[in-house]
Write a protein that binds this ligand. Structure first.
Ligand SMILES: Nc1ncnc2c1ncn2[C@@H]1O[C@H](COP(=O)(O)OP(=O)(O)OP(=O)(O)O)[C@@H](O)[C@H]1O
Ligand SMILES: [Mg+2]
Ligand SMILES: [Zn+2]
Length: 331
């Protein structure tokens, strides 16, 4: 999978920082223990002596290599056990002098046997998603700025009880964000224009990314344009693979389904994204201001049946808040 140079450098830098802080934390603990339990210092010195002997043995290829090797190994294990014992006797956890890596698999090196570790791939996706997200910045779209007042006494004949419905929707979305996991449901948010679908999706995005999940959010049309450009353009490996990034994100938010004009490429790409994420069991949130009938007319049955059967549908109601805000001079 391809990533651009900047994304790659950012991820490499982050891994280096992890290793650096693991080393630093260990050095601090060594210092602390060195003053508090000096016997441990002596053992550590002896142990480093034995490891020098060991490397000499390997270089010299002596005849009784294995006998000496086992002896040194035993001394080593004995030393380690003594350290643990002394730590516990002094009320420290026995692993206090073991390095604390963010990723124990690769010991924060980013590679295992020359292959990129999954922690490195995760960082690459995260930075690539951040770059994508920076284009969809709406700073005040969070739960704090989501007011239910706009849904009081609305003129919408389809929903005489908008306020109650939207109170339920808000509670559902807050609960969804707070309890998000990779096993969370997918959501399909439907409703007319200007009633808070994008606002609430971004509120979820914000809260879920604050928990450390990788959340890609943006307009579907924008994503499809980028993917199309990458697919048909004369691009090289040096560009991010946006399709793959959207498939890999912990949570993907596709805003404004239906705003794109229909092409075979767009439809098959959309199907590919939705279907692959369903197969991977990853949650996706899709919003649209088209009615169910319009959606059925616009999209292939394969897409529609998935959206209405696998996704949990949330119906939003209300008057156009863009207009309300304009009338109330809140813009
Ligand atoms: N409940 C709310 N409280 C405060 N502001 C809101 C609320 N809902 C929407 N807004 C604001 O109103 C504007 C329109 O809302 P939003 O973009 O979420 O509408 P939408 O339902 O996504 O519309 P469209 O279908 O046209 O995309 C935004 O500026 C948004 O921040
Ligand atoms: Mg919207
Ligand atoms: Zn790793």
């Amino acid at each position: 999978m391809a990533f651009d140079r900047l994304t790659y450098e950012k991820a490499e830098h982050a891994i280096k920082q992890r290793r650096f802080s693991a080393d630093n934390r260990l050095a601090e603990r060594m210092n602390e223990i060195g003053t508090k339990i000096p016997e441990i210092n002596q053992i550590i010195n002896t142990l480093s002596q034995t490891s020098i002997e060991l490397s000499k043995l390997i270089i010299r290829k002596e005849t009784d290599f294995s006998k000496n090797f086992n002896k040194i190994k035993e001394q080593n294990l004995h030393g380690q056990a003594m350290i643990k014992q002394l730590l516990v006797q002094n009320n420290y956890p026995e692993n206090y002098l073991e390095p604390i890596y963010t990723c124990p698999d690769c010991r924060d090196k980013g590679y295992i046997n020359g292959e990129r570790c999954s922690c490195f791939n995760k960082l690459l996706t995260r930075f690539a998603v951040e770059k994508l997200n920076s284009e969809a910045n709406m700073p005040e779209c969070d739960f704090e700025h989501f007011s239910l007042d706009y849904y009081k006494g609305t003129s919408n004949p389809n929903c005489p009880d908008c306020h109650r419905k939207m109170t339920e929707n808000l509670a559902f979305c807050k609960h969804y964000a707070q309890n998000f996991s990779l096993k969370s449901d997918s959501l399909f948010i439907l409703g007319q224009t200007g009633i808070g679908k994008t606002h609430i999706s971004l509120s979820i995005a914000k809260e879920v990314s604050e928990k450390g999940y990788t959340v890609a959010y943006g307009s579907l049309l924008n994503y499809l344009r980028i993917i199309e450009k990458e697919h048909f353009g004369r691009t090289t490996n040096s560009e991010n693979d946006t399709l793959q990034i959207l498939i890999d994100a912990d949570l993907l938010i596709l805003d404004d389904l239906g705003s794109e004009f229909q092409t075979n490429f767009y439809e098959s790409t959309l199907y590919n994204i939705i279907n692959t994420r369903i197969n991977l069991g990853l949650p996706t949130i899709i919003s649209s201001n088209l009615s169910a009938e319009e959606l059925q007319r616009h999209y292939n049955e394969r897409i529609i049946s998935r959206l209405f059967s696998v996704f949990t549908t949330l119906m939003f109601f209300g008057d156009d808040i863009r207009q309300l805000k304009r009338l109330r001079n809140e813009f």
